[in-house]
Design a protein around this ligand. Structure first.
Ligand code: T5A
Length: 212
């Protein structure tokens, strides 16, 4: 990937991904790095349209349609933003990626994992994250954070507790090259410190150890 780095944040609702993404971007910028931050679904005009349709509580969709919508949005984001940035040597920080589809439409919605991976291979054309930070938090903690924030449940969040338990269990099981788990039950600063330690361990030259 000619010097670029694809970094993905994953985890259940309200785990603190967006909060961590903002803190990482700030810390990287303070070091003179220039990361590109994106979120899924979204990040391009068409992908934001897909996001609106997917999260609208009035949309009626079964998991197969969700799979294709989420993955179509991903294809556009990857081809038009992520891949060019990586090819330009940039760090791309993505709030959610393929692991979300495996957790939500797979473990949550009951779709076959191999089928999800096949469809996603078309969307990403083989692109894999270099580092994935999975923020481990219980669904109850995540939801209570969202409620404290006053966030109304979108269509996916409105699924029942059993759905969210399956999603959280899938995240806890997630393993593979570049996947690291972070205990996200602590304060935002503690989560940032853990995340930075992983980044330092993986790429010491890019992410020096040290204080915030
Ligand atoms: N989805 C997505 C699929 O089903 N399939 C897919 O393939 C993809 C890509 C996206 C939805 O789409 C689904 C998953 C989702 O349901 P979203 O709103 O983008 O929706 O995603 P959410 O994860 O639901 O977004 P949230 O913003 O609610 O969660 P975050 O980003 O994990 O949490 P964050 O950082 O916004 O924090 C939530 C609140 O907690 C506080 C924050 O200040 C905020 O108020 N907070 C903390 N409080 C205490 N301690 C900490 N460590 C905290 N960190 C944050």
């Amino acid at each position: 990937m000619s010097g670029g780095l694809f970094l993905v944040l994953e985890g259940p609702e309200g785990a603190g991904k967006s909060t961590l993404a903002r803190a990482l971007v700030k810390r990287m910028r303070a070091l003179g790095l220039d990361p590109v931050a994106v979120r899924e679904p979204g990040g391009t005009g068409p992908a934001e349209h897909a996001r609106a349709a997917l999260l609208d509580p009035a949309s009626e969709m079964e998991p197969q349609t969700e799979l294709l919508f989420f993955t179509a949005a991903r294809a556009h984001l990857v081809q038009s933003v992520v891949r060019p940035a990586l090819e330009g040597g940039r760090i791309v920080l993505s709030d959610r990626h393929v692991l979300s589809t495996l957790a939500y439409q797979g473990a949550g919605g009951g779709l076959d994992e191999a089928q999800i991976r096949q469809v996603n291979a078309v969307a990403t054309q083989g692109l894999e994250p270099d580092i994935t930070l999975v923020l481990d938090v219980s669904p109850a903690t995540g939801r209570s954070r969202q409620l404290r924030e006053g966030k109304a449940a979108d269509r996916i969040e409105a699924h029942d507790d059993a759905f969210h338990d399956r999603v959280a269990a899938a995240y806890r099981r997630a393993a593979g090259p570049g996947i690291h788990h972070i205990d996200a039950s602590g304060s935002p600063d503690e989560v940032l410190d853990q995340a930075w330690r992983v980044l330092h361990q993986e790429r010491p030259d890019t992410f020096p150890a040290g204080r915030r």
